[in-house]
Design a binder for this molecule. Structure first.
Ligand SMILES: [Zn+2]
Ligand SMILES: [Zn+2]
Length: 356
């Protein structure tokens, strides 16, 4: 593989217009697309798709498109909520967020800082025909997304959609296709600067706003906020080269008395509230099989009772759980486990983790 890696979250109003630019950015060698949704008929009005794309996962449609424009581009399509994607997947040269939900942007901000990767996000405000692009670069004393948030912003924070639930990100209504394309173009130009060694000219720590209705252009400088609710921590992540089918949960524990997967949790039992069917498991919730998400008796969604959630692994767990392999417990390559104050990324043997 040659060229840089870029992770793109969201392939909707802005993302569908943005993704093709990636194939034409010569510095890009690998693209990771993340989106949980499929294209719907109403998306034809303002997203850059064809009628035949309706009903298909957004990431697959865009991955095929990239392959047509540049066949040698390496593309990974992840059809899943971004919160469930292993932290290691976000280790890239640049992260791009084409997301209209505040909670989703907050999640990307957190991940970008944890792995220390700059990120770009773009948004539109339909009534004003306003497109904006922001760039954040994790560093000591640098502003993050949340630095500019007020108490009101936190109040407006949309209800987090759990990776387990049926909730979907809301789609902004009425954003014209051309506005999404404008935002996408602004963002692609910032990406070009960030990847092509022109970081000093990129909008790092700034918001660039273009109001196409009233022809107004502005640049706002963000300042780091000492009262920011986010901790701004970038983790020193070490690779844990192993065979996930071989290494057992107990093997992680001598390191420290407790182990956790930050931002994720394990479930011990799944229960159907409709018909009462239950299944006993021990698994990372976000990587549960579809069969454990839906009741096989009545088809209703299965839930995890509150008492059956495990946040931290310890020696107190039953021996059959401690004897499980990482893979059987739902841990994937790229997942980061916190053992005491160390952060270890599960990596396949022979694959050298990107040591940036
Ligand atoms: Zn901050
Ligand atoms: Zn049921």
């Amino acid at each position: 593989m040659s060229g840089k890696t870029i992770v793109v979250a969201g392939a909707g109003v802005i993302g569908s217009h943005f993704v093709p630019h990636l194939a034409r950015l010569e510095d890009v060698g690998r693209v990771v697309l993340i989106d949980r949704d499929i294209y719907e008929p109403r998306n034809l009005a303002n997203q850059d798709i064809l009628p035949g794309d309706v009903g298909k996962p957004k990431v697959l449609v865009q991955a095929r498109r990239l392959a047509k424009i540049r066949p040698n581009l390496e593309v990974a399509a992840i059809h899943a909520p971004l919160e469930s994607v292993p932290l290691g997947t976000w280790r890239a040269d640049l992260i791009v967020a084409c997301l209209d939900s505040r909670a989703a942007r907050q999640a990307v901000n957190e991940r970008a800082w944890r792995v220390g990767v700059p990120w770009v996000y773009s948004g539109v405000l339909a009534p004003e025909w306003l497109a904006r692009v922001n760039v954040y670069a994790p560093a000591a004393g640098a502003p993050c997304l949340e630095c500019a948030w007020s108490a009101e912003d936190y109040r407006l924070l949309e209800q987090q959609y759990p990776c387990d639930g049926p909730a979907r990100m809301p789609t902004p209504t009425g954003a014209p296709s051309a506005l999404g394309a404008l935002a996408a173009a602004l963002m692609a130009l910032e990406c070009r600067k960030m990847l092509g060694g022109e970081v000093e000219h990129a909008a790092v720590g700034r918001q660039v706003t273009l109001n196409a209705r009233w022809h107004q252009f502005s640049v706002t400088l963000f300042r780091p906020n000492r009262q920011c609710r986010f901790d701004h921590a970038t983790w020193a992540i070490e690779p844990l080269a192993c065979d996930a089918h071989d290494l057992r949960l107990a093997d992680l524990l001598p390191e420290s008395s407790t182990v956790r997967v930050p931002g994720q949790r394990f479930v011990r039992r799944r229960l159907c509230r409709q018909c009462g069917r239950e299944s006993r498991v021990f698994h990372l919730e976000c990587s549960l099989d579809p069969g454990l998400r839906q009741c096989d008796a009545c088809g209703k969604p299965m839930a995890t009772p509150g008492f059956d959630v495990v946040e931290t692994l310890s020696r107190d767990l039953p021996p059959d759980v401690l004897g499980m392999s990482l893979a059987d417990a739902g841990l994937r390559y790229g997942d980061v486990v916190q053992c005491g104050d160390r952060f270890l990324e599960i990596a396949a043997k022979g694959v050298i983790a990107d040591d940036k």
